[in-house]
Every structure is written in C-alpha cells, then in structure tokens.
Write a protein that binds this ligand. Structure first.
Ligand code: AMP
Length: 415
C-alpha cells in the first residue's frame, strides 16, 4: 500500500513524501479513505500508530476542497486533552498542510490569551484547542464555532480521565448539529462508548492494536527495591550510554526529586509536569529533542501525546496506577516502524500493579537482571519490614554481598 492510493491530493502527498514516510500505517490506511468519504470515525489507536496524520491528512484535503471565499470561519475543531498534544497536532497540521492555503492555530491555557484572540480575529480554518481555553475564548466572544464542519476528539479517553467531560459537553452546544465527527481513543471503556454514542453518527469503527502494545517495543521488568531505583537507573543510563530516555514517575514531586538526583549523578535531566510553566515545559522538551537534556522525567499527564521521534528508551520508574497508562507510556517508543525499549523498575509494593498490566496486555513481561541489583531486595522482609527502608537504618547483618558492593560504589561516588 502506498499513500497515492488513498485519494489524497498532490500538495498533501508532497508534504508526506518530505517527511520520509514510505507507506501509510494501518490506522492511516483504514481511516483516511473513510474520512474522505465524509464518514464519522471511531478509532481505537494509541500514540505511535500514526493517528495524527490519520486524521490530519484527510481533514486538510476536505477543507482545501470546500474552501469558502472571503471570511474564514473555524471549520475544523480539534480538541486535545493537553497543551503538549495540542501543540503537536498544530505542528502536524502545519507540516502536512504547508503546500495548501489553509490557516490553522493552536490555543491552550497557561499562556496569554490576547495573542490567541488576535490570531482568531484574522480568520482561522483549523483550530486545535484544549477544552478549558476554548471555552474561555468562546465566553469572551473571541471564537465562533457555529460553522464547524468537522470535530476531532483526540485522545478522548484521556480527556475523560482528566475530567473534561463537562467541558466537552459545553463545547458541543456551540457546534452546529450537522458535522463530521472523528473520535480517537487508546481504549474503549464504557464511558468512551457513551460519549461516542452521543456525538458520532453511524461511525466506521477503526481498530488498531487495541489494548495491545506496539510490536516493535521490547519490554522488560527489573525487580528492584524502591531505594535502589535511582542507582539502577543511573547505572543503566551510563553503562548503556543511553542518550535519550523518557522516564515516568507517578508524582510531580517524584519527578523533581529524581531529576535532581540524576543531576547529582552527572546525568543531565529535566522534569516536565503540570506545575511547570509552559515556558519551562517547552524549554525542557526542546532541550530533550536537541540532545542537551539526556533524560526527560515526566508524569503521565504531562507526557501524554509528547511527539518525540525515534525515542529509543522509555523507563517506568514507578508503575502507573491505571494499567492503560502503561500502554500509553510505552507507546512513546518503537513508533511507526522503529524499534524501542521499555523498561519497568518494579518494587515489591508494585507487584499487584504489574499483574494488572500483564492482564491487560495479555502477556508476561520478561524479567531482566543487572548484576549488583538483586531482585531479592525488592521482596518484603519478615514482620512486614521491607528491605528498601533507608539504608542507614538497616543492620549490616542484613546486607547481601550485592548490597555491600553497592554501598562501596556509592561511597566512591560520594567521595
Ligand atoms: P502519532 O501516532 O500520530 O503520534 O505518530 C507517531 C509518529 O509516527 C510521528 O512521529 C509521525 O511523524 C510518525 N509517522 C506518522 N505516519 C507515518 C508513516 N506513514 N510512516 C512513518 N512514520 C509515520
């Protein structure tokens, strides 16, 4: 299958060729022709499947074909859960639409609203937005959504997880009844089905690797005590000479702390999470993409939708509470035909979470061991005491040879 068979115009094919894409991914091959026919779509596709181009390419074509002369009312609305994803979708629209004469812009919170209002005033065909800022703009009369012909809900499951359901419903009220609707979601929970039922009209179902992790991603688990995770991570990064690693932590505080600790180990790291300003996040991401920052430490919400090409390593420093998030996380690597490695550092407390993940992905994740980091250290000790208590409080009698080696090493590192 090649892109020319999908019914896309030459201007779009040229932009796609420039990206170096040789053939459409499965979600693109399935979704593009149906979207061009004007059908509603319900697509089960996670990040890394090429879903963004899957809806952007046909959307651009339809909008270019039916472009009204004169005024430019917003004709496409793309809703995304996070600012980062909005920015990335906006970039894709600009990239694939570079040979077309359509105008697009991205609006999200956390940055000044005035420049966004000015841009909207000049006329925009395609608007990419997060729900909250969009409603602010609509409330101020800065955007008219009454001419929208196409609505895209990107990462709809995440929008629901983040509590955007009421905002989505409020946005719906601002749209005309007749329009084409595309819904993308990594998972199809009952809530998603309910949302889709109220929005989509006779949708075509496109399902790609639902609840399955991308085939090219090799996954491993390291059983390790909580207190040993940072040392193991530094060790893996240094000995493997990893240059670009995305590390997930469960909390913002944890992300900050790990970033500082890695810095002390001489590993350039930056944190990206909800408490960081937009400027700080953009700077961290730019540093990571350019190679100045070796490790990007992120929480799930902040990392959602980050589009980083050829990301070779993803580390779950802590397992997520929700098994689906594991699938999202490791979707950052092994994208669109490239190989990648996803590694999870699992302590004794997290065994239940691991079981939940393995049930969801319907396979056991292979266990890897690293010399000096013994799995036994993560198993609970007698009397409920865990071996990952602060080292200073553990008697030397309890120390395994491996642990003694590590102590020696960290003493050397500190000295
Ligand atoms: P997405 O799932 O939309 O986040 O896309 C994941 C990555 O795949 C992005 O970095 C795209 O640039 C890339 N990509 C999208 N379509 C293709 C394709 N047909 N061939 C190769 N790479 C692609």
């Amino acid at each position: 299958m090649t892109f020319d068979k999908l019914g896309l115009c030459e201007e779009i094919l040229r932009a796609v060729r420039e990206q170096g894409y040789r053939s459409p991914t499965p979600v693109q091959a399935q979704a593009i022709p149906r979207i061009l026919e004007g059908r509603d779509i319900m697509a089960g596709a996670q990040t890394g499947t090429g879903k963004t181009a899957g809806f952007t390419l046909p959307m651009l074509q339809l909008m270019q074909k039916n472009r009204p002369s004169g005024q430019r009312p917003v004709r496409v609305l793309v809703l995304t859960p996070t600012r980062e994803l909005a920015a990335q979708v906006g970039e894709s629209v600009a990239t694939y639409g570079k040979y077309l004469s359509l105008r697009s812009t991205v609006v999200f919170g956390g940055v000044g609203i005035q420049p966004q209002i000015s841009k909207l005033r000049r006329g925009i065909d395609i608007l990419v937005a997060t729900p909250g800022r969009l409603l602010d703009l609509a409330g101020q009369g800065a955007v008219d959504l009454s001419q929208v012909e196409m609505l895209v809900l990107d990462e709809a499951d995440r929008m629901l997880d983040m509590g955007f359901i009421h905002d989505i419903r409020r946005v719906m009220k601002l749209l005309p009844d007749r329009r084409q609707n595309l819904l993308f979601s990594a998972t199809f929970s009952n809530d998603i089905k309910k949302l889709a039922g109220g929005i989509l009209h006779k949708p075509v179902l496109v399902e790609v690797a639902r609840n399955e992790t991308a085939g090219q991603v090799s996954q491993v688990v390291h059983h390790v005590a909580k207190s040993q995770k940072r040392a193991l991570l530094s060790h893996l990064i240094s000995t493997g000479d990893w240059r670009q690693v995305l590390v997930f932590t469960r909390t913002k505080h944890g992300a900050n702390r790990l970033t500082e600790q890695l810095g002390r180990d001489g590993i350039q790291a930056a944190a990206i999470h909800g408490n960081k300003s937009q400027t700080a996040r953009t700077r961290a991401l730019a540093g990571f993409k350019s190679g100045d920052v070796r490790v990007l430490v992120a929480t799930d919400i902040a990392a959602r939708g980050l589009d980083i090409d050829q990301l070779p390593h993803v580390v779950n420093y802590e397992l997520p509470n929700v098994p689906e998030d594991y699938v999202h996380r490791i979707g950052r690597t092994g994208r669109a035909g490239r190989s990648g490695e996803a590694m999870s550092l699992v302590s004794a407390e997290e065994m239940k979470l691991l079981a939940g993940i393995e049930k969801l992905i319907r396979r056991k994740v292979p266990v890897a061991e690293v010399e000096g980091f013994d799995a036994a250290a993560s198993v609970p000790e007698e009397g409920g005491r865990r071996s990952d208590m602060p080292r200073a409080r553990r008697g030397s009698a309890a120390a395994s040879p491996a642990r003694r080696r590590r102590r020696r090493r960290s003493a050397v590192a500190r000295g």
